[in-house]
Design a protein around this ligand. Structure first.
Ligand SMILES: C[S@@+](CC[C@H](N)C(=O)[O-])C[C@H]1O[C@@H](n2cnc3c(N)ncnc32)[C@H](O)[C@@H]1O
Length: 137
């Protein structure tokens, strides 16, 4: 929804050695350009059917971590660095992670907040979790 988030996430992915998986929506290529100051090609996976893709990742042994404020979520400080191939799932900026995708998570992680806002910007939340998973924080 908010222009620069995909480009921001792409830069974080590059910084931590991750790839960014994005749906093949018409607006995604332009959104990836916004806020992305990388001068070299980055690792982007184009996904036709996100739910089917996520299910296949799990079947192939990849751990799926949802970044979401949820009752059963672990706090970011308690999230260990990834020791195996891991996918971090981010939610829609308005609706969060849809129920179908929540069913495919191995674990959820939340970033505690003490302010008055209900949630963080998705690129900020994703970047914090990616750094923790990468063991760089
Ligand atoms: C703006 S938030 C979505 C808020 C949405 N209104 C909701 O109720 O879920 C967009 C996404 O950023 C991530 N996010 C934002 N703040 C977070 C937090 N404190 N902990 C974990 N994830 C967060 C989640 O992936 C969330 O789905």
């Amino acid at each position: 929804m908010h222009g620069a988030n995909l480009g921001t996430l792409l830069r974080t992915c590059d910084a931590v050695g991750a790839c960014l998986a994005v749906p093949r929506f018409r607006w995604v290529p332009e959104a990836l350009e916004k806020g992305n100051t990388l001068r070299h090609p980055s690792c982007v996976h184009w996904v036709n059917d996100p739910l089917e893709w996520l299910a296949r990742q799990r079947e192939d042994g990849t751990r799926v971590v949802g970044v979401e404020l949820a009752d059963e979520a672990v706090r970011l400080a308690d999230l260990p660095a990834a020791r195996q191939r891991t996918v971090a799932v981010l939610g829609h900026e308005q609706y969060g992670i849809p129920p179908d995708a929540l069913d495919l998570l191995d674990q959820a992680v939340e970033i505690p907040m003490v302010g008055t806002g209900h949630s963080l910007n998705v690129a900020v939340a994703g970047s914090l979790v990616l750094y923790k998973l990468a063991g760089l924080l």
